[in-house]
Every structure is written in structure tokens, then in C-alpha cells.
Design a protein around this ligand. Structure first.
Ligand code: SF4
Length: 408
């Protein structure tokens, strides 16, 4: 079934649950989270209320994603309560992919963890038993100096141990998150990180280029000249290297930052993040927790308040913690369809675009396609417009060309 052409009730939805706590804020991160763990219990109670208030037992759900923030700051009991409430209020499919983001520092550095009473092996096997069947492990690097620069709370050894423990606990769907492009990082050093991750035969790898997001301490340091970012040429070269290195080792580069293992498991798709693909395919998803976004798969997008205290207070009054709602215009939907299409290896579905827009893709974007073609940045294949690896490096420019044509 092509979910892009189906509505909320006829297409399996995804559920995202935002756990808005971190032991300390990483200086490059602009996700919403706070370090006041005293609010955790109140948050879990409020979250259960939100799940009940938005209950829709007819809604078929096949992905749950516990993200954050740091979901691994939750105790096994809290995870149990949350998953149970989700199952009670929605119709979970038999093969639901339940992903949880795990920060090695919360499980391995026991003195900092609320799960200090149990070992990492025990914690991981407990959450596996509770139904979590996919882990997204925030290793970021296997080098202490780089982890130190990123101000992560874990060591390289902790990252290694948690992956090994996860395998022992029975997880056969493990994703490892890595960051590249930190100041002074060499291509060889990045390759070492990739190879360290590959030693664990992960089913999935997310490789994020370090970015300097406004309103983060890292951005301030950069503006003050305290940090000199890597030059664009080296960053571009690292991006190409990431793709060629991983593809040559049996991974499929299915989204700009994401790679799924292919060779060991014939079905690549099996190891792609089914949940994240819903965002890229404009499939319905419901977001719970502070700052979480929801989309009905058609025109309405909404997001929750970005403040834990406010979130708890609103739910205390049995009200929905929605901060804003936006109704997308037809043109906005088309634009989003183009933008998310550019991110993935499936590209833009030209047939779908033409059906929805009533205009011929190749005529409407003639000028942009001409420029892209001249540079070897993209091509049309089997009624899909797909960016080449080189084109993915210039996605912002390409997107701007498409937007300008849409606006004209
Ligand atoms: S642990 Fe993750 S969510 Fe928390 S601040 Fe660091 S990068 Fe952001």
C-alpha cells in the first residue's frame, strides 16, 4: 500500500513519545530537554493522561518510537507503564517496531543513572522483554577525545560495552548513531569511528554531520571564534566517504544520514527505521510529550507545548497540551512532498506529484532540472526523480530551486 495516498484511518500510523530529560545538555543539541529529573514522575503521569485523552482504539499503529531527550533515563517500570498505556489506547499491530533511544552514559555510568540498582545487561534484557525490539544507541564516537569535545557523558568503553550488552540481551535490530565533522577531525579518524561501529555488525547506522544550530552553546562558541569548524571541502569529502565506505560494506544509503544493513539480511527494508520513514513519506504520526509533533497524513500538523512544567499543569486539568496547529495549504503539501522526497533513495514520486498538482513535473521544474542535470546532481529513473550522492551534498540549493519554482 502506498501510504502517501491513504488517510489517517486506512494507513498504519506511528507513535512518537518524547522523553524530555537529559543528565546534562550537549552543547550542539537543539532538541527540547531539561536536566531536572525531579519532574520525571510527574511527567510520566501526565504522559499517561495524554495517551488516554487522545485514545483511538481504531487507529492501527505499527511503530512506536521512544525518543528524546534520553528515554534510557526511564526505569523499566516506567517504560512498562508507558508501553502498556500505548497498547491500551491504540490498536498495535502484531509486528509493531518499538524503538528506544539509548544513551550509554545513563546505563553504564551507574552512579548517574536512575537505573543504578540494576546492571546494564539486566536493564537491556528487561526492556527487551517489555517489547522494545529495536535500539538506537547514541554512541556518537568510539574515541574519548571526540566524546569529550561533544561533552557526552559516556566514554568510548561505555559505548562499546552497551552495544555488546544489547546483543547479549537479545536485540537483533541495533542502530548506532555517530557524529562526524568535529573541528580538526581527519578523514582517517572518522573512518576509524565507522570501522569501530562496523565491528558490532549493526543493522542500522545514522551518521550525522555536526551542525551549528542557533541558540546552542556550540553555535555561540563558533560565533565568538572559539571553535573553528571544519572546512566545507573536508566535510563534503567525509560525506562521500561515509556513503562509499558503508555501501561497499553492504549497507543501503536510504536517507541522507541513514544506512540500513543489506547483505546479512536479504530484506534491507526490514532494518530501515520504519518510524522515521513515516516522516519522510508523509504518513500519519502522533507525537506525545512536550514539544512532540503530530501529523494527520493529510493537512493538519500540530505540536505540543515545549515546557515540561506547563505540559504537566495542562494535563493536570485534563486538557490537551497542544501549543499550535497548522493547516497546510495544497501548495505547502506539494512542497513538503518534494522536500521529503529529495532526502531519500526513493526520491520524488513524479506520478504522485502530477496527480496531486495537476501539472507536469518536467515542465514545471524544467529550469531547475536542467541545472541539476548539468551538474550531475540528480536524474529521473522510472518516474522518480532521485538525487545522486553528489546532489545530496547540495540538497539545500536544490530545495531552494524547487521552492522558487513553486512560488513563481
Ligand atoms: S543526550 Fe541527546 S537529547 Fe540530550 S542533550 Fe545530548 S544530544 Fe541532546
Amino acid at each position: 500500500m502506498d501510504c502517501q495516498r491513504e488517510n489517517l484511518l486506512s494507513c498504519n500510523a506511528g507513535i512518537y513519545i518524547h522523553i524530555p530529560f537529559c543528565i546534562q545538555k550537549c552543547p550542539y543539541c537543539d532538541f527540547y530537554s531539561i536536566s531536572d529529573l525531579a519532574l520525571k514522575q510527574g511527567f510520566v503521569t501526565a504522559l499517561i493522561k495524554e495517551l488516554k485523552l487522545r485514545s483511538n482504539p481504531a487507529l492501527k499503529v505499527d511503530t512506536i518510537y521512544l525518543g528524546g531527550g534520553t528515554p534510557s533515563l526511564l526505569t523499566c517500570e516506567e517504560i512498562d507503564i508507558i508501553l502498556e498505556a500505548t497498547a491500551k489506547n491504540f490498536s498495535l499491530m502484531k509486528n509493531t517496531q518499538i524503538t528506544m533511544e539509548v544513551n550509554p552514559g545513563t546505563i553504564i555510568s551507574l552512579e548517574k543513572s536512575p537505573c543504578a540498582i540494576i546492571s546494564s545487561n539486566r536493564y537491556l534484557s528487561n526492556i527487551h522483554t517489555l517489547g522494545v525490539n529495536r535500539l538506537s544507541i547514541g554512541a556518537q564516537s568510539f574515541q574519548d577525545a571526540k566524546l569529550h569535545f561533544l561533552k557526552r557523558i559516556h566514554s568510548a568503553d561505555a559505548a562499546r560495552k552497551i552495544i555488546a550488552d544489547a546483543r547479549d540481551a537479545g536485540f537483533n535490530d541495533i542502530g548506532i548513531d555517530l557524529i562526524y565533522g568535529v573541528p580538526e577531525e581527519s578523514e582517517q579518524s572518522w573512518l576509524d569511528d565507522l570501522d569501530s561501529a562496523l565491528q558490532y555488525s549493526p543493522e542500522h547506522l545514522s551518521c550525522y554531520m555536526l551542525s551549528y544550530e542557533p541558540d546552542t552553546p556550540m553555535f555561540d562558541a563558533y560565533r565568538k571564534g572559539l571553535i573553528i569548524p571544519l572546512d566545507e571541502e573536508t566535510i563534503s569529502s567525509m560525506f562521500r566517504l561515509t556513503s562509499t565506505h558503508l555501501v561497499s560494506r553492504g549497507f543501503c544509503h536510504y536517507e541522507i544520514s541513514n544506512f540500513a544493513a543489506t547483505s546479512r539480511h536479504q530484506a534491507t527494508v526490514q532494518h530501515q527505521s520504519r518510524h522515521n520513514k513515516k516522516y519522510w513519506q508523509m504518513v500519519p504520526y502522533l507525537g506525545f510529550g512536550p514539544s512532540a509533533h503530530s501529523y494527520d497524513g493529510e493537512r493538519v500538523r500540530s505540536w505540543n507545548v515545549k515546557n515540561v512544567r506547563e505540559y504537566i499543569a495542562i494535563l493536570d486539568h485534563e486538557k490537551l497540551p497542544v501549543s499550535e496547529k497548522e493547516v497546510l495549504t495544497h501548495e505547502q503539501r506539494l512542497m513538503e512532498m518534494l522536500m521529503v522526497g529529495l532526502r531519500t533513495d526513493k526520491g520524488i514520486d513524479i506520478y504522485d506529484f502530477e496527480q496531486k498538482s495537476g501539472s507536469k513535473f518536467e515542465i514545471r521544474f524544467e529550469k531547475a532540472l536542467d541545472e541539476i542535470g548539468k551538474r550531475g546532481w540528480g536524474e529521473i529513473d522510472n518516474k522518480r526523480f532521485i538525487l545522486t550522492l553528489e546532489g545530496r551534498l547540495f540538497m539545500d540549493t536544490i530545495t531552494r530551486w524547487f521552492v522558487e519554482t513553486m512560488d513563481a
